[in-house]
Design a protein around this ligand. Structure first.
Ligand code: ATP
Length: 258
């Protein structure tokens, strides 16, 4: 068995936006989230690392209410998540989500993919939604592809559209769950660059990724999970140069090959 107590090297003094308090979740006998306690500060970029199956995605999805939790609370900007129900009906419109598989509407244009949320959920006129969408598509470098269908774009371009779509809802926070894992290697950097731009602009982000370069460069804090627990929280510099637990050391030696 590994360590039982989480090592917390950092706790910065930002005002918390997301508060995760004593969260537990099981899938049958599997304790997939085991007493998770942490916070995400306003404007903070948190990168969640950990071996496969450690509960990273489940944590991400629980924050957005895509998954129910068995106990504990998750609040965002002072608002607790609803206790009942899961799935699209209870999804929070103020939390953006970017998935591994872009999840764009295949039969809608890039522009329509980005305007849909602002029109349907936020009640913007088509003109206002399109103006906003074009500015966001410009920001992610896709404005000249606005009339195309998703299938006409590369994976990296589609993921940048997915990021623009999440921004179009003016989220307080964006969750990105392995946003580059489905991409060909040459397209990974174009998506990471957009993410780094968002981080520099002060967007609050929680990112599950295997991209250690991004974690080192863009994260304010690393959360390292194993077996459903937060085992270590640290700044990237602390985590990558001086991991404090045997499980984080094992993880890093496997992934970085030393
Ligand atoms: N819907 C489900 N039903 C049953 N078990 C599940 C379900 N979703 C996830 N699991 C299990 O929960 C555990 C944690 O899964 P999760 O996807 O959160 O891990 P992860 O750390 O994101 O892994 P990876 O890096 O491989 O994506 C895994 O053992 C997984 O098989």
């Amino acid at each position: 068995m590994g360590d039982t107590t989480a090592v917390r090297v950092v706790r910065d003094d930002r005002e918390p936006l997301v508060i995760i308090d004593s969260v537990n979740k099981h899938y049958g006998d599997l304790h997939v989230l085991n007493d998770i306690n942490t916070q995400v500060g306003r404007g903070e970029v948190v990168v969640v690392l950990g071996p496969s199956g450690s509960g990273k995605s489940t944590l991400c999805r629980a924050i957005n209410r895509l998954e129910t939790i068995d106990s504990g609370t998750i609040s965002i900007d002072g608002q607790p998540l609803p206790e009942e129900g899961n799935g699209l009906a209870t999804l929070r419109a103020d939390v953006g989500m970017v998935f591994q598989q872009f999840n764009l509407f295949a039969h809608k244009s890039i522009l329509q993919n980005v305007t849909l949320g602002p029109m349907k959920v936020r009640g913007l006129s088509r003109k206002d939604a399109e103006e906003k969408a074009m500015a966001l598509l410009e920001r992610v470098g896709i404005a000249n592809q606005a009339q195309k269908l998703p299938s006409q774009l590369s994976g990296g371009q589609q993921q940048r559209v997915a990021i623009a779509r999440s921004l179009a809802m003016d989220p307080k926070l964006i969750l990105l769950d392995e946003p580059t894992s489905a991409l060909d290697p040459e397209m990974i950097n174009e998506v990471l660059d957009v993410m780094i731009g968002l981080a520099n602009d002060g967007m609050t982000m929680l990112v599950v990724t295997h991209e250690m370069g991004f974690a080192r460069r863009a994260a304010d804090r690393i959360i390292f999970m194993a077996d459903g627990q937060i085992v270590e929280e640290a700044t990237p510099e602390q985590f990558f140069t001086d991991p404090k637990t045997s499980r984080s050391q094992d993880f890093l030696s496997k992934i970085l090959g030393h």
